[in-house]
Design a protein around this ligand. Structure first.
Ligand SMILES: [Zn+2]
Length: 503
């Protein structure tokens, strides 16, 4: 659905280095400039595109990344791999406007994308490119959202996926990767993950945040904002910055729409937010530099924007300065407060990286660097459930909820252990016991009839779960030796919480 209008974008001309201007054929442009390591950007024949599409023809198409296919670099229509990405809503945030006392706040809610982050916009294009180039697998070094998204699109396309990840990661994203069949390897940090991926790319199509195909997908956020606002722009657009690719590509989208005559000029201030514990782009901006220096250490719970060495940092600085925007940092505490505020007032549960835009808006308004008369649009890049550990922090202080969660967790353990193991735990909680003895107790006390080897199988599994341990071996009058079992510390705690402790 929605792909019926895709036409071959013959207007794609070349990829050009954003630093030195070197031009490359779009077919070979999958990484950085060979001469200066600058990011490559795709260029099109905009006059030709203006003849093919108009505001009216775009409005008639189904909302999706691929409605802008003439402005995307995939030439083979059957290669397109789509899960229904893009076309996300722009909401007016009335309650948030009242609380923050700003004239108008809008959010672009990217949490409703197929894998719950804006990254799907890039994945659909880059995986389509992998298919077009005949690859059978994709790989990447990722912080989380990219890995989760790429795994899903690879699964849809029937490609294998290999994801290298730093140990500090959001569990929800890891679950997404595993369930989609990705192979995952953990590395010490993000830089190590990218190095491993690079090495692996001899056997696989490498996806990076600076891959020009991936970045072209990211720009569709910008197209949608313009179109959804009725072919105009808000006073300000606030975007989280990790690698700086998204804000750079939104800027590219706006200048392209201006080039095509869909808007007069780009009259919005692009404003980037970084976590205080990882802010190399904001640091460069504050110094007045156009080159971003590596952050060194990264410390933030907003893992998806905690980037030490932003690949599109200089492009992001250019987007901010060219649009007359600004940038700022926010602390983890400000991010968490903002996430709670956004969820409570607007019903959108954002992950920390995404909530950083709301935190930034609040902070800059209080500091007077954003005017209360402005119309501000915040991009909410990913969903809160991707990071269950942080999500859990929101309910920690609510005792009733804490009890409910514990009961659910206990029930899951009860289901996993099954009735026989629970009874064995109960028997062992009263005394040291051996296999035959446990078999007799199961029969007499609980009317559970099982053979001795089955009892030992259960004991072995309980041992693996570290709930019981062998306490002693005894020989009684020439009979085979008896192995006695007792509860471990964890076994005692578990038996207590499940109500099967009688010791
Ligand atoms: Zn170059």
């Amino acid at each position: 659905m929605g792909n019926s209008r895709i036409t071959a974008p013959s207007a794609l001309l070349y990829a050009r280095c954003s630093r030195c201007g070197e031009e490359y054929s779009p077919d070979v442009a999958e990484s950085l400039c060979e001469k200066c390591k600058g990011v490559l950007l795709m260029h099109y024949d905009y006059r030709q595109i203006a003849e093919e599409v108009s505001k009216e023809s775009l409005e008639r198409r189904i909302p999706s990344v691929w409605k802008y296919s003439e402005l995307l670099p995939i030439t083979e229509k059957p290669s397109i791999v789509s899960l229904g990405e893009g076309g996300t809503h722009v909401h007016e945030c009335r309650r948030l406007m009242e609380q923050l006392r700003v004239k108008r706040i809008l959010v672009k809610d990217e949490t409703t994308n197929p894998t719950a982050s804006f990254v799907d916009r890039g994945s659909t294009v880059v995986v389509s490119k992998a298919i077009e180039s005949g690859s059978s697998s994709v790989c990447c070094g990722a912080t989380g959202n990219l890995g989760a998204s790429l795994s899903a699109y690879a699964a849809k396309a029937g490609l294998e996926s290999m994801i290298f990840l730093p140990k500090m990661l959001d569990l929800g994203k890891l679950y997404q990767m595993i369930v989609c069949g990705a192979k995952v390897e953990l590395t010490s940090d993000y830089v190590a993950a990218t190095v491993r991926a690079e090495r692996f790319s001899r056997h696989s199509f490498l996806v990076t945040p600076y891959n020009p195909y991936f970045m072209e997908g990211e720009k569709t956020t910008g197209y949608e904002i313009v179109e959804q606002m009725g072919w105009r722009l808000p006073d300000r657009i606030i975007v989280p910055m990790g690698n700086g690719g998204h804000i750079s590509m939104i800027w590219k989208a706006l200048t392209e729409f201006s080039e095509l005559g869909f808007i007069d000029k780009v009259n919005t201030r692009l404003t980037g937010i970084q976590a205080a514990g990882a802010a190399p782009i904001v640091d460069a901006y504050s110094r007045g530099d156009s080159v971003v220096v590596d952050a060194g250490k990264v410390e933030t719970l907003a893992l998806d924007i905690g980037i030490e060495s932003p690949s599109a940092g200089d492009l992001a600085l250019n987007a901010i300065r060219s649009s007359g925007g600004t940038c700022a940092t926010v602390t983890d505490r400000e991010i968490l407060e903002a996430a709670r505020l956004l969820a409570k007032s607007e019903g959108i549960f954002a992950e920390p990286a995404a909530a950083s835009t709301i935190a930034g808006l609040k902070k800059m308004m209080e500091a007077g660097s954003i005017d209360r008369d402005e119309e501000v649009l915040c991009v909410i890049t990913g969903a809160g459930l991707k990071d269950p550990v942080t999500a859990r922090r929101f309910v920690k202080k609510v005792r009733a909820v804490e009890t409910v969660i514990r009961r659910v967790e206990d029930r899951r353990l009860t289901t996993r252990l099954g009735p026989t193991k629970l009874r064995i735990l109960e028997i062992v909680s009263t005394q040291e016991a051996y296999g035959y003895q446990i078999k007799k107790e199961l029969e007499e006390q609980f009317q559970i009839s099982v053979k001795v080897p089955v009892v030992y199988q259960h004991l072995k599994e309980l041992e693996t779960l570290n709930l019981v341990r062998r306490s002693s071996v005894r020989e009684v009058g020439g009979k085979p030796e008896r192995h006695y079992y007792t509860l471990t510390e964890k076994g005692r705690a578990t038996a207590k919480s499940l109500g099967t402790y009688r010791g």
